[in-house]
Design a protein around this ligand. Sequence first.
Ligand code: GLU
Ligand code: ZN
Length: 315
Amino acid sequence: MTQTNTPQYKPPYIGRFAPSPSGPLHFGSLFCALASYLDAKKNAGQWLVRIEDIDTPRIDPSMSKVILDSLRAHGLEWDDEVIYQSQRHDLYEQYLNLLNRKALLYGCSCSRKQIKQRSGFYDGHCRTRKLPFDKHALRFKHVENNTYFTDKHLGNVTISHPIATEDSVLKRADGIYAYHLVVIADDIEQGITHIVRGNDLVETTPIHLSLFDAFDSTRPQYCHMPVLSQKPNEKLSKQHHSPAIDDKLAADNIKLALFLMGFKKQDIPTHNRIDQLIFWAIENWSLNIVPLKREILISTANGVYSEFSNINEGE
Ligand code: GLU
Ligand code: ZN
């Protein structure tokens, strides 16, 4: 048999980290950012950062810079200009128009209370009511069922949560474009091929896949990482008052994140050069080492996020 030396075609890899600037970067988001960065770089990909500052009442514009400074301090450099969702309203309107042309959008006047009284999940109540679009929330007529998909980390996943098949809101009655619309519009516009994010978003993946299909766009590969929690079902987050990471302890933060990701403590370099730590982590990265768990409990006693040695006691 003759051997040809045609180089193997590898599709490009474009990954992203998409923080919402509702507070500074906490350790849980650093963990996700690092995982998506390592997976992108290990695959010779690009890593983009997008600021999801669309939900104006919840966000604090000054936090965008704080988050970006923290990423940089932790050696996570992005490959293209950062985009800000607050500056992309025209684009989101175009995406809504596309859905409208396909008759996949409708106005809804149901209040939260009414939905709660019916079943707790939206049952398509307004689908045929032909309500005007102004002053009403706009919902996606979700006709596909993508509750089964293959995750790069979790393997075959089936979502039984009712949110997976809901007609989700894409624009709220107060005019704010909703997360499900903007995240997909931007993933499509930025040509994202791989999405590494926290497991807290796994239930929304079916909606996201259906939106990719509705926009006739190629689906990215999803990869859901465990979330870090202080207590069961209490992921590190702003709501749970997780402290900001300390950029001055960047090397320790990275080492702890690598340890929690599944690297063995004795393998992680002990020095404090961020660039070398990150380089080492890219070289050695593999999803196979990441625990197949929905959440990883971490001790925050004595505020020890940064104290790599304390957290490893007893290992
Ligand atoms: N902006 C979202 C968040 O901070 C992440 C969106 C995503 O990764 O799909 O939770
Ligand atoms: Zn309704």
